[in-house]
Design a protein around this ligand. Structure first.
Ligand code: SF4
Length: 85
C-alpha cells in the first residue's frame, strides 16, 4: 500500500490507481474492502496469460507493469517470458 502526499491510497507508488483517500476513509478499511485491493488479491481476476498460468497464485505478475504497458492492471505481465500451457 502507498499513500500519496494528497492522501490517495494506491497499491504501490508504481501503480497509480487510487482506491480512495485517507482524508475520507480508514486506510485499513480501504486495504481490506476497496474493490481495487480485493481484485488485486484475486488470482482468478487476472487476464491474459497470467489468468491461465498455473503459478498465478504464487506469482501473479507485476500489476504495475501490466498497467503501464496496456492500461489494464489485471492484464498479463508483459515482461514475463513464461508461456503457460
Ligand atoms: S508473470 Fe508469468 S509466471 Fe507469473 S503469473 Fe504471469 S505468466 Fe505466470
Amino acid at each position: 500500500m502507498f499513500v500519496s502526499h494528497c492522501g490517495e491510497v494506491m497499491p504501490s507508488g508504481f501503480l497509480p490507481l487510487a482506491a480512495g483517500s485517507v482524508r475520507r476513509e480508514s486506510a485499513v478499511r480501504l486495504y481490506r474492502e476497496a474493490p481495487l485491493f480485493r481484485e488485486l488479491r484475486d488470482p482468478d481476476a487476472l487476464g491474459g496469460k497470467c489468468g491461465r498460468c498455473e503459478y498465478r497464485e504464487i506469482c501473479g505478475g507485476s500489476r504495475a507493469r501490466a498497467h503501464a504497458v496496456s492500461g489494464d492492471h489485471l492484464a498479463a505481465d508483459p515482461s514475463c517470458p513464461y508461456q503457460p500451457a
